[in-house]
Design a protein around this ligand. Structure first.
Ligand code: SAM
Length: 399
């Protein structure tokens, strides 16, 4: 098939659009997860892999979306406090390693390190902070934002991926904020034939979706476990990369914690039958849309995280679930009110800090899952307040 992509101005970044079209032309329609992988992470032209326009950025006020670390250093400060407690529970190892995956601009690391040096000297002296980001553009920004720390021996290391870390070599903390929501997802829809998958084809110079049987047994099996009473037309996403990621993390951790912050839900909530359209969204210039076939490579794509499957998969592979909470409760447990008291009432910094806590916004949209390995019944301040009770993380299904 020959496709004329010359007119695809609104379709997206021309070389990326052509690369995806070529792949489809060569081998036929591709599962949506492959399309999303190429749109975000094509080695040359993907959204995260290409430098943005000089006056713009990917993440931040001049970008397409912002994250907690763009708002205020509070989250990094609270995480430093939480890490200090984890360090104590682990018997103050040397080094205490933090592996932050998907650090984006490196602001969370910057806030964490500043708070640690100021308040937790002993931990700071033993700290080894490892950053892993698959985007070379983001790695460059991280180096800039962490410049003051670069000269300090043994503090910061960048590695390319998890495969470069030796099994059972990490004592400390695996940390991520908004990593999992940026993994490519499979999208599925219930039809008269059962659960089918969204695939991507090209037609007259545009990408179009088509429904086909699931592309893997893993996807079909996972969908079957989640599917309770979904009506025909129901559409949702499944993040198999997240499950592979947690399995890999378990192997690398010797003793310590995995702390995952992201927007998401328990499986019961995420896959409830009235959430008919799923949670897949694109972000462009701080507004959202559901048009992945427009601005391809020029906008972010995400889906909410299924924390139940993350917790259950971790348990099946050697992690214990320490607890699950939301950002508001996590920060409250770590004494955020004392941190906020030190800010001038109604100052911009005060308002920004409050923004992270909003009960109808970032405070509850963002969830925090903590898992542990080879630590006996740890109690963490960040998990003191429990907005979810009992077996909230056990889905009907996620066995
Ligand atoms: C939504 S941004 C979050 C950035 C940052 N954590 C924050 O809160 O501002 C997602 C980041 O994860 C990175 N990323 C996505 N998949 C990754 C992977 N498999 N390994 C390492 N980094 C990844 C992206 O390059 C990007 O920097």
């Amino acid at each position: 098939m020959t496709v004329n992509w010359g007119l695809s101005v609104h379709t997206g970044h021309p070389e990326l659009v052509a690369a995806i079209a070529d792949e489809i032309a060569a081998s036929g329609p591709i599962p949506f997860v492959r399309f999303m992988e190429l749109a975000l992470y094509h080695p040359q032209f993907g959204y995260y892999m290409r430098a943005p326009e000089p006056t713009s950025e990917r993440i931040g006020w001049r970008g397409d979306f912002y994250t907690s670390s763009d708002v205020h250093p509070l989250l990094g400060q609270a995480l430093a406090k939480q890490a200090e407690q984890m360090d104590r529970l682990l018997g103050r190892p040397t080094p205490f390693t933090v592996v932050e995956m998907g650090p984006g601009k490196g602001l969370l690391a910057r806030h964490f390190l500043s708070a640690c040096r100021r308040d937790f000297q002993d931990l700071f002296e033993r700290l080894h902070y490892v950053l892993i980001d698959r985007s070379p553009v983001m790695r460059e920004v991280q180096h800039k934002n962490l410049a003051p720390w670069l000269d300090r021996p043994n503090l910061l290391t960048w590695v390319d991926n998890l495969e470069t870390i030796a099994p059972h070599s990490v004592t400390g903390l695996f940390l991520s904020n908004e990593l999992i929501d940026s993994f490519p997802v499979n999208r599925i829809q219930v039809t008269a034939n059962g659960v089918e998958e969204l695939w991507v084809d090209s037609h007259n110079g545009q990408f179009v979706e088509c429904l086909r049987p699931p592309s893997s047994h893993a996807l079909a099996d996972h969908a079957r476990r989640m599917h309770t009473d979904w009506p025909v037309g129901y559409r949702t996403e499944i993040n198999l990369h997240a499950l592979n990621w947690i399995k890999q993390v378990v192997q690398l951790l010797d003793r310590g914690f995995v702390l995952t912050i992201d927007y998401g839900h328990t499986a019961q909530d995420l896959y409830r039958s009235d959430r008919k359209g799923g949670t897949f969204l694109c972000y462009s210039r701080h507004s959202t849309n559901e048009e992945p076939f427009l601005r391809v490579g020029e906008q972010d794509m995400t889906a909410h995280v299924d924390f139940t499957s993350l917790a259950r998969t971790g348990e099946q592979h050697g992690l214990h679930t320490t607890g699950f909470t939301n950002q508001l409760s996590f920060l409250m447990g770590l004494g955020v009110e004392h941190m906020i008291e030190q800010l001038e009432q109604d100052s911009p910094a005060f308002k920004a800090a409050i923004h992270l806590l909003r009960p109808n916004g970032m405070g509850t949209t963002f969830k925090v899952l903590v898992q542990h390995k080879n630590v006996v019944n740890p109690e963490l301040d960040g998990l003191k307040y429990k907005p979810f009770f009992g077996t909230s993380l056990s889905a009907q299904s996620a066995a």
